[in-house]
Design a binder for this molecule. Structure first.
Ligand code: N2P
Length: 418
């Protein structure tokens, strides 16, 4: 079990809490040196958990130095501790610091990088977390299992400001928004190093899943490094769609055919991993990755900033892809649900969630925040999809447990090559 693993760097001691640091510069420095463990199967989040803890250790260290607190004196300080389990590379650490300054609530922040890892834990219970961030298509299984708590809407002002369009989409998974509040959305696509790919596939337009799913192309890209997400449902949705099957098929045969397609691609894939590709693309260690939109855009930003020479681009292939929605939800056995509500309310504030989008390069669900998001982010169709891009996007629906088990078993065989 992953709890037994220790942090690759930064020590494996007890989780550190943020204590009101007044600088966010540590965030980039730490991110650039993100420790990564190699991983296959569903173990991919370990390096990221360590990363999360290390970011907060850095924040705690900074808190000891030049600090001029700007906490909102009017808001009552609640104190206590909030344990968050969120996706890696999915928040500006400065926001956590600000939350602590304003509320007095210490934050312990761990990260994962796949829905499969999160779901296994939350459905088992006893995670100790107060706040988790599943994708909408996973949420109904959490609700059915009684694994998440009903939200106290009186503690969540501003929910009426959420985009009606998006709320209608969420209603399919959580009617009435009883258990979840949207955080961010994004797509799955291809992240690539323009020069390296052009050199290996001259004249080929990088606008099709063929680039990363056709062995003839993959054979030419193998030497510069290809990564696939280690995310069973996400990857099957993409593969089924590419095969012109229903990405939400309930027929096992469709998944077997998709698995065969992925097995043919497998010899050319250097690693299945759901977060390491950010750093790998930025550093030029890989030239292609099937990845999440904002993560690829973060890779581009890191490469540009560090002048690594990698010129990274992201594309939603013409055959179409998945758009996903991640939501805040509170485990049924959360030790401090009041603090979780406080954090959700904090993240709903337009100026706060706009900063979150600026950092992660994912669109948020708060229409009032859109004008506050950096123009370069909000006008990027890879972040806020245009109607043209939206036409190509599909939403993943919820699988029954039995099908999910079979699909996950097939995925393990793809990853392990058996
Ligand atoms: C964040 C990954 C996006 C989450 N690093 C995919 N649901």
């Amino acid at each position: 079990e992953d709890e037994a693993e220790s942090a690759p760097i930064g020590g494996a001691g007890p989780p550190k809490a943020v204590e009101g640091a007044c600088s966010s510069h540590f965030a980039l420095n730490v991110a650039h040196n993100a420790p990564i463990t190699s991983a296959t199967g569903y173990q991919g989040a370990q390096g990221m958990r360590a990363w999360g803890k290390m970011v907060l250790a850095a924040a705690g260290a900074l808190a000891l130095t030049a600090c001029s607190p700007t906490a909102d004196k009017a808001a009552p300080k609640a104190g206590g501790e909030l344990r968050i389990y969120n996706w890696s590379d999915y928040i500006d650490p400065a926001l956590i610091t600000q939350f602590t300054q304003e509320t007095g609530i210490r934050v312990i922040y761990d990260t994962f990088d796949s829905n499969e890892v999160l779901e296994t834990k939350v459905l088992q219970g006893g995670t100790g977390y107060d706040l988790v961030v599943p994708s909408t298509h996973n949420l109904p299984r959490y609700i059915t299992a009684g694994a998440v708590a009903k939200l106290d809407k009186t503690a969540l002002p501003g929910l009426d400001k959420l985009s009606p369009d998006l709320m209608a989409k969420l209603a399919a998974f959580d009617p009435g928004g009883v258990y979840a509040v949207p955080y961010m959305q994004g797509t799955i696509g291809i992240g690539y190093d323009k020069a390296k790919v052009a050199a290996r596939l001259p004249g080929v337009a990088i606008d099709s899943w063929k680039v990363v799913l056709d062995p003839a192309n993959l054979a030419k890209l193998k030497d510069c490094g290809v990564y696939f997400l280690d995310a069973s449902e996400d990857m099957f949705a993409v593969a089924l769609n590419y095969l012109s099957r229903d990405p939400n098929s309930t027929t096992l045969k469709d998944y077997e055919d998709a698995a065969a397609l992925l097995q043919r691609a497998r010899p050319f894939v250097r690693k299945f991993h759901s977060s390491e590709y950010i750093e790998a693309l930025a550093n030029g260690d890989v030239c292609v990755a099937i990845g999440y939109s904002g993560d690829v855009l973060q890779a581009k930003a890191r490469a540009d900033e560090a002048k690594t020479g990698a010129d990274i681009a992201y594309v939603v292939p013409k055959e179409g892809s998945q758009v996903w929605f991640d939501v805040f939800s509170i485990p049924a056995d959360a030790p401090n649900p009041a603090a979780a509500h406080r954090f959700i309310a904090f993240m709903r504030r337009p100026e706060i969630i706009a900063r979150a989008s600026n950092y992660t390069q994912y669109a948020n669900a708060n229409a009032a925040a859109t004008p506050l998001v950096d123009a370069a982010v909000r006008d990027d169709p890879n972040v806020y999809p245009t109607p043209e891009v939206s036409k190509r996007l599909f939403v993943t629906t919820t699988k029954e447990q039995a099908l999910l088990r079979d699909v996950n078993r097939l995925w393990t065989r793809v990853v392990t090559g058996r």
